[in-house]
Structure formats: C-alpha cells, structure tokens
Design a protein around this ligand. Structure first.
Ligand code: GLP
Length: 262
C-alpha cells in the first residue's frame, strides 16, 4: 500500500486528478478497450472532480473512451432526486466532461427488484472487463463505498442498511436531519472493490484520522472495511496532514520518506 501524505485538501485533489488523467492517457483507451473507472460520491472527491474537469477543458484528458461504474446509490431515491448519487455525479462531473451517457453506470436505487439490480451490476462490471482504477473515499467509521462495519470482506454488490453514524454524517445533504437520510443503499461489495486492478482512496480531515489509523496501522478487520486494502496488490491512499493526526509519527515519516515527501 502507498500512503501519500499531502498538505491539504487542494493538494490532495490536484494530485489525485493528475494521477487519474495520467493513468487514462497511459492506458490509451479505444472504443473496443475502454478505460474502466470506478467512482465515488461525497465531499472527498469534489475537488478531484473539479480538477479533472479543468484538465479536460485544457485538453489534457478525454473521457470519450472511459466507462464508469459508481460505488453506490441510496435505495428508494430516483435518479432525478437532488440527493441521489445519480444527480450528484451529473451535477459535479459528467455534465462537464466528454463522457458518453451510455458508458456511465450507476446503481438504480428506484427499482422493483434491487437484488436483480445488484446482480446485473456485478455482471456489467465483468462484461466491461473489470475495473481498472477504483477511486473512493472513506467514511468516518472506516467504511468504503457503503460497506459499513461488519461487512464481509468478500462481499459483492448488494443492499446494505446504513448505520446511525453514517446517516448522521450524511444528514448535511438532507437538511441536517439524519431521519431524512434513506436507511438503505445499494453498494458494491468489498470484494468488488478488491477485484479492481488498482484502488485509489481520498482521505481528508481530522474526522477521518481515527479510521485512517485503523486502516493503515491495525490489522485487516471487517469493522474498518478500508483495511481490506492491506491485501490489495495496488492500493494508494492519498490524504492530507489533518487526516494523519492519529497515525504514529514514525508511520507518517516512513510513508513520506518512501514517497520523497518532506
Ligand atoms: C458515503 C459514501 C462513501 C464516502 C463516504 C465519505 O458514505 N457512500 O462512498 O466515501 O460517504 O463521504 P465524504 O467524502 O463526504 O466524507
């Protein structure tokens, strides 16, 4: 695992966007072999999305031959609901870049049969050749996508009941009331994320520090699902200084040393 410690949110976003753009360019995607990119929602990736839009506008990256799969969606919210992850993605990224609508995949939270929706999503990822790079964030309790504490580290795309902690953290998008946050979501599993050829995680702010310590310094544990990355052959966590507040001084010094960061 790489842990890249940068000064603040803006540096983290800049680094991540340039890394993603470089990976897409190096892959050289064509229609028959597109670059398959996994994407998250939340506050963590917003700066990265803004930077990616900037790189696209400068002609430095194109998404015309990119296929995307989002991590998750609230169960019961239609795509046009302002708090749906569909809405978030079009509002904050897809409407501003040259991506083909048919290449965008987001779980449909407004379906009759959510189990069938989840199975079809896994099949679609397989049919696309698997995910090349999965970008993600992390919840304050160490969750990845909506894989709440206690999720199987082999889990696949399925329905998850959200914890009160997660509903409280996400209440800011629902008028501040945790009761207004949907109780369940559809989410890719930990196993689905582990199948990606590379995983890139954004972690910003002191509120994430306790979970970052657990994921990086403690053992692999289903109570902190991001810790699964310790088993991934190509995982990168990009964080800011504030997120390292609970890590040992020696841990931060070690990772900065091997990244050549002072
Ligand atoms: C939600 C999402 C996660 C995201 C997490 C953190 O629970 N399902 O994918 O990583 O929130 O969000 P934020 O980046 O807003 O802190």
């Amino acid at each position: 695992m790489r842990l890249v410690v940068l000064k603040d949110y803006d540096e983290m976003s800049h680094w991540a966007a340039n890394y993603i753009a470089a990976r897409i360019k190096a892959y050289g995607p064509v229609a028959a072999k597109p670059f398959v990119l996994g994407l998250p929602t939340g506050s963590s990736p917003l700066g990265t999305y803004r930077q990616l839009i900037g790189l696209y506008q400068k002609g430095e990256v194109s998404f015309a031959k990119v296929v995307t799969f989002n991590m998750d969606e609230y169960l019961g919210l239609a795509a046009d609901h302002p708090q749906s992850y569909h809405y978030f993605m079009w509002d904050n990224l897809f409407s501003h870049i040259d991506i083909d609508k048919d290449r965008v995949h987001i779980l449909n939270g407004d379906v009759q049969d959510p189990h069938a929706e989840c199975a079809a999503y896994e099949a679609a990822i397989q049919a696309a050749g698997g995910i090349e790079l999965f970008l993600g964030g992390m919840g304050e309790d160490g969750h990845i996508a909506f894989n709440e504490p206690g999720s199987s580290l082999y889990s696949r795309t399925r329905i998850k009941t959200l914890t009160t902690d997660t509903k409280t953290a996400n209440a800011r998008f629902f008028g501040g009331d945790p009761a207004g946050v949907p109780s369940r979501a559809l989410t890719v599993g930990v196993g689905t994320i582990m199948d990606a050829r590379e995983v890139l995680i954004l972690v910003s702010g002191y509120k994430k520090a306790r979970a970052l310590r657990a994921a990086v310094e403690e053992g692999i544990n289903h109570m902190w699902t991001l810790s699964c990355l310790q088993m991934h052959p190509r995982a990168v966590i990009i964080c800011d200084e504030a997120a390292t507040d609970e890590l040992r001084v020696g841990t931060v010094r070690y990772f900065k040393d091997i990244e050549g960061i002072r």
